[in-house]
Design a protein around this ligand. Structure first.
Ligand code: HAM
Length: 419
């Protein structure tokens, strides 16, 4: 029996993890610069948290969650997204009491049982941020600026920021009726999926990927043109703040988002080379979620981004991030009697923070040399009787071929002090 990874999940192999680490480092640096602190929440939560937070009628809750009963009969779900989980922690630990605006970020695996395809996995990774505790447009703009900055730092271009407003409890119901009035005569021709959405969530019909649906909804009224005064002013404020930050955006009245908690601002960052799964980032404001999940009325805004999709774009744009991880020095034991010495020298160098490799497979001198080459070690030292007697080794720089004779007692300095 041969085991394989579960469909829609991926191993991140040793050759790839350097890139992941470099991307994660960039994310952490940007988060630090914007003064967001990391939050880590458990991989699973009570199912009801997501059902309540994301919305019973969404695709995620309706058909994509990994839900199971534990041995005590509690229904648990592997996190399909972070926002509900972060808000649960925010309420539970009264983070709002410590500071009026709580700014947190995360990098974590998420789980959704979707049909796997390029850019769509069942376990994927998100980075994201949430700013909880304020309704000012400048906070929306900061969240947008923060995510855009990560892509800028990674030199990813060919992306487009699209923003919209999905209104609030006042303007959305009124608009919904207008939209239904427009859709009703076209209902029979809409896709099955859109027909199903007509009663419960007609707004989502606007972001249907079905070509016919798109044609049929051309000219449909858009919520952005029917916002109440408060939402309209807020949207103008967000646009003004983005302009003053020099962030380019498109207004896209069809952005609806697949999670129910959004109010006012909704936005996406699109990777133009990504095909059908083109959303790199999704985010927006969710002023009612904290209350919905049992906390005080607290406005909030955030975003999340798929790391695999970010890496796909990096790959398509042929951008390399992260240096190839290789040892600074490979100590080759010239014969069996020198192996213990090699081991000790390696231990000394490693303690001093020098990345050092030795042969643990007791291979011949020749195959140790080949291995040092294969690992692209920066330097090679051959350690034998003669070197041990003289307390001096030849350090060969593998790139230049240059050899330097160095006393064993000077090796740490040689590798750690700038030359
Ligand atoms: P979302 O749009 O569901 O929003 O996901 C955000 C991003 O996660 C997507 O744009 C995409 O890059 C990535 N993603 C989603 N599903 C998959 C998948 N199956 N495979 C690979 N990547 C995927 C949220 O999750 C919200 N919590 C965002 C948010 C935070 N809103 C406010 N705060």
């Amino acid at each position: 029996m041969k085991f394989r990874s579960i469909k829609g999940t991926k191993d991140i192999l040793p050759d790839e993890s350097g890139t992941w680490q470099a991307v994660e480092r960039t994310i952490r640096d940007v988060m630090h610069v914007f003064n967001y602190k990391e939050i880590r929440t458990p991989v699973f939560e009570e199912t009801a948290l997501f059902a309540r937070g994301i919305g019973e009628l969404t695709d995620i809750v309706g058909k994509e969650m990994y839900t199971f009963d534990d041995r005590g009969g509690t229904s648990l779900t592997l996190k399909p997204e972070m926002t509900a989980s972060v808000i649960r922690a925010y309420i539970q630990h009264q983070l709002g009491e410590q500071q009026p605006l709580t700014k947190v970020y995360y990098i974590a695996p998420m789980f959704r049982q979707e049909r796997p395809q390029a850019g769509r996995l069942r376990q994927f990774h998100q980075f994201g941020a949430e700013a909880i505790g304020g309704q000012q447009p400048a906070i929306d703009a900061e969240i947008v600026a923060l995510c855009v900055e990560v892509y800028r730092q990674l030199e990813i271009d060919n992306v487009e920021l699209r923003i919209n407003s999905v209104g609030c409890e006042t303007c959305r119901p009124v608009y919904k009726e207008k939209l239904k009035k427009f859709l009703r005569p076209r209902l029979d021709d809409l896709s099955e999926e859109s027909k199903r959405r007509f009663d419960q969530n007609p707004l989502r019909i606007l972001d249907s990927k079905d070509e016919d649906d798109r044609a049929l909804t051309k000219g449909a009224p858009l919520l952005i043109d029917h916002l109440c005064e408060i939402c309209g002013a807020h949207f103008n404020g967000v646009m003004r703040a983005l302009k003053s930050l020099g962030i380019a955006f498109e207004i896209d009245g069809r952005i609806v988002r697949g999670l129910d908690y959004y109010t006012k601002t909704a936005f996406e960052l699109i990777g133009k080379e990504l095909g059908s799964q083109d959303a790199l980032v999704g985010g927006g404001r969710y002023d009612l979620l904290v209350k919905e999940l049992g906390g005080k009325q607290t406005p909030a805004v955030g975003f999340a981004a798929g790391i695999e999709r970010l890496l796909m774009v990096l790959g398509k744009q042929k951008k390399r991030v992260g240096a190839v991880v290789r040892p600074t020095v490979f100590i080759v034991a010239a014969d069996n009697s020198s192996r213990d010495h090699a081991l000790r020298e390696a231990a000394v160098l490693r303690r001093a923070g020098v990345s050092c490799e030795i042969d643990l497979l007791e291979r011949s001198l020749k195959s140790q040399m080949r291995e040092a080459d294969r690992q692209r070690a920066e330097n090679v030292i051959v350690l034998g009787e003669r070197e041990i007697q003289s307390n001096e080794v030849a350090v060969k720089n593998m790139q230049t071929g240059e050899e330097r004779r160095i006393a064993l007692s000077q090796l740490i300095d040689f590798f750690t002090k700038p030359r």
